[in-house]
Design a protein around this ligand. Structure first.
Ligand code: PMP
Length: 394
């Protein structure tokens, strides 16, 4: 072990790197944890100490670190080309991945628009929805969105506009575009003080009120289907997502499902929308798409929406959006290998036993004094801690 090198790395890290979502004043006073390598479900730091990667490197890693199939896919692609633009031309892994994604996506989603991360996947969905309505002749209308209290959709200005977590989003208020916001069914702390299932999901009335009054201005409802992740793993009651889909159809508003966190088996099904057989108009994917290897995202949509963008160049219907690394071949090759492995290793079938194991193991925490609520959807679990479980004080 080279202690001089390790000390230098620690000093340089504190001196040079501004870490995300991190109070740097605290960070600079601590010895940083610096990852040297990964082994299966574990990360190993520069001193050789092993850590269980319990957050899956921020909900991205699916099969563990240094999975041979994905390593090989990236190496093989490196022997061909590392990157070429997708603006106006294509590449082999981007095509292969699109075929895989359309095959597994909820019915009706047949077009794939690539980007680099969850925030851009959402940003793209917003812009596509907005432009779709304009091209349908709704000039000046359909300029806003409906999202949910405590929502988290990423860190770019569009996705922050949808966000509903004050700690993260309030400071940017004057930069953001106005949206309609509905309560998400946070049953443990129901804003309507009802209890499920007896309430019959009364909170849906508020969604319907907004849609019935403002549907002419709303381009889309944007939702984290089945479970709000960053908000604290808030699971929605059975049937809620399906009802949201019905309401968007009733009022002629698009549905954007942000499956950045929930996609690729994290909830026990390929997509959270599959739990209630819902097909959104736009589906945002990132995180697990490459098995946790490379930055990569995709926004999927329908023929109808795609077709509204077709026309003569001078009609200005082109979707003028694209990043330098959109459709990066290395990332697409990793994603193809990831999806093949999910199929070949029957990951979705095998994960059911693990989900059951976790839910059994969680039971022993239910009665603890400071455990208010335990919520689980597949491999996503939240334990809400309280001062006292009787009064639910946070
Ligand atoms: N949407 C959801 C539901 C998320 O959980 C996240 C990230 N946690 C994002 C969007 C943003 O993804 P990214 O961090 O890749 O930009």
């Amino acid at each position: 072990m080279d202690s001089a090198r390790n000390k230098e790395l620690e000093d340089l890290d504190r001196l040079l790197i501004w870490h995300p979502f991190t109070q740097m004043k605290d960070y600079m006073g601590e010895v940083p944890l610096i990852v040297e390598k990964g082994e299966g479900s574990c990360l190993v730091d520069i001193y050789g100490k092993k850590y269980l990667d319990g957050v899956s490197s921020l909900w991205v890693n699916l099969h563990g670190h240094r999975k041979k199939e994905i390593d090989d896919a990236i190496r093989n692609q490196l022997d061909r080309v590392a990157h070429s633009t997708l603006l106006g031309i294509s590449n082999v892994p981007a095509i292969e991945l699109a075929r895989e994604l359309v095959e597994i996506a909820p019915a009706g989603l047949s077009k794939v628009f690539y980007s680099d991360n969850g925030s851009t996947a959402v940003e793209i969905a917003l812009k596509i929805a907005f432009q779709f309505w304009r091209q349908k002749g709704n000039e000046g209308e359909r300029h806003t969105f409906l999202s949910f209290i405590n929502a988290y959709h990423g860190d770019t200005i569009g996705s922050v506009s949808l966000g509903g977590i004050d700690l993260l989003h309030e400071i940017y208020g004057s930069l953001l575009f106005p949206i309609h916001r509905a309560p998400y069914p946070y049953c443990y702390r129901c804003p309507l003080e009802r209890s499920a299932p007896a309430c019959g999901m009364e909170c849906l009335n508020r969604v319907e009120e907004i849609l019935s009054t403002h549907h002419q201005q709303i381009a889309a409802v944007v939702i984290e289907p089945m479970i709000q992740g960053a908000a604290g793993m808030i699971t929605s009651p059975e049937g809620y997502l399906k009802r949201i889909r019905e309401l968007t159809k009733k009022y002629g508003v698009l549905l954007i499902a942000d499956e950045v966190a929930t996609g690729f088996g994290r909830t026990g099904k390929m997509f959270a929308c599959n739990h209630e057989s819902v097909s959104p108009d736009l589906l945002c994917l990132a995180k697990g798409i490459t098995g946790g290897y490379l930055p990569m995202a995709a926004t999927l949509t329908t023929e109808e929406i795609f077709n509204s963008f077709l026309g003569e160049y001078k009609e200005k219907k082109t979707f003028f959006h694209g990043h330098s690394y959109t459709g990066n071949p290395l990332a697409c090759a990793a994603a193809v290998a990831n999806l093949r492995m999910m199929k070949e290793e029957k990951v979705l079938e095998k994960v059911q036993g693990k989900i059951h194991f976790i839910s059994e193991a969680l039971k022993k925490y239910e009665k603890l004094e400071h455990v208010g609520d335990i919520r689980q959807l597949g491999m996503m679990v939240g334990i809400e801690l309280v001062v006292d479980s009787a009064n639910k004080e946070g």
